[in-house]
Design a protein around this ligand. Structure first.
Ligand code: ACO
Length: 228
């Protein structure tokens, strides 16, 4: 099984899976809107156990998560939202929904610095509720009466993503600190001073190679604005 980013060409197959598994269906352009606006957040599970017979064979999509960032969050907090999730009956209880959800949540936190992720689920949907609450750690925020077209109530659920977001930011900081240690500049104070000096004098710098085939070709900065 392959879990990968949803591509625009997957949309008809994802739409088919959605119609098969859920009563909440969407126009093709709504899927496209997700895929083009937040391409990092929606994923598909593809059954790759049988190789395609021809290059024109469609991918066998057996699960998907369609997700987005909330564009105008009412609470003013940057967060993601799961629009739709489903797995084909033939491929359930294999951990696919959990993997799809975790991939999307991680991308929300890492790419968009989302503080949390939200979703709606039917109060009668025991399988999905177990997945969200017991497996993933979502909490019920409130019940929204008659949320669905057929009059059923929804649980509005949320899961905090700050731990994932902070861990990612720390790993970025560690990586950039490591890269600075390997550079030529001695100390961050010297680096800042050098940058300030360059900006103040309006000096234009470009990197040039030195060291002529001695195997020590380093990179130095030369002032290009002065005549040589
Ligand atoms: N009964 C009880 N618990 C379940 C069930 C079930 N039928 N299915 C999943 N779980 C829980 C279990 O705790 C499971 O862990 P376990 O297998 O180790 O016990 C855990 O969730 C993870 O299960 P996955 O294998 O990852 O879930 P699966 O891939 O089977 O997909 C899903 C679950 C998406 C709910 C699937 O049943 C489905 O597609 N249902 C129809 C569509 C649907 O209801 N989608 C969610 C609507 S809400 C929304 O879209 C925002």
């Amino acid at each position: 099984m392959d879990i990968r980013i949803l591509k625009p060409s997957d949309i008809p197959h994802v739409q088919q899976a959605n119609i098969t598994n859920l009563p909440e269906n969407y126009f093709c352009k709504y899927y496209m809107y997700h895929a083009l606006s937040w391409p990092q957040l929606s994923y598909v599970a593809v059954d790759v156990s049988r190789p395609p017979k021809s290059p024109y064979d469609p991918p066998k999509i057996v699960g998907y998560v369609l997700a987005k960032m909330e564009e105008e969050p009412t609470d003013g907090v940057q967060h993601g939202h799961i629009t739709s999730l489903s797995v084909m009956r033939t491929h359930r209880r294999l951990g696919l929904a959990e993997k799809l959800m975790r991939q999307s949540q991680r991308a929300m936190a890492e790419t968009f610095s989302a503080s949390y992720v939200s979703l709606h689920v039917r109060v009668s949907n025991i399988a999905a509720l177990k997945l969200y609450r017991d497996t993933l750690g979502f909490q019920v925020e409130k019940t929204e009466a008659k949320y669905y077209a057929d009059g059923e109530d929804a649980f509005s659920m949320k899961m905090d993503l700050t731990d994932i977001r902070n861990a990612f930011q720390e790993s970025l900081e560690d990586a950039s600190a490591g890269a600075e240690d390997e550079g030529d500049e001695v100390g961050s104070a010297g680096k800042a001073e050098g940058k300030k000096k360059g900006a103040a004098t309006g000096e234009k710098k470009r990197k040039v190679k030195v060291g002529r085939g001695l195997g020590v070709a380093g990179l130095v900065e030369r002032n290009e604005s002065k005549a040589t």
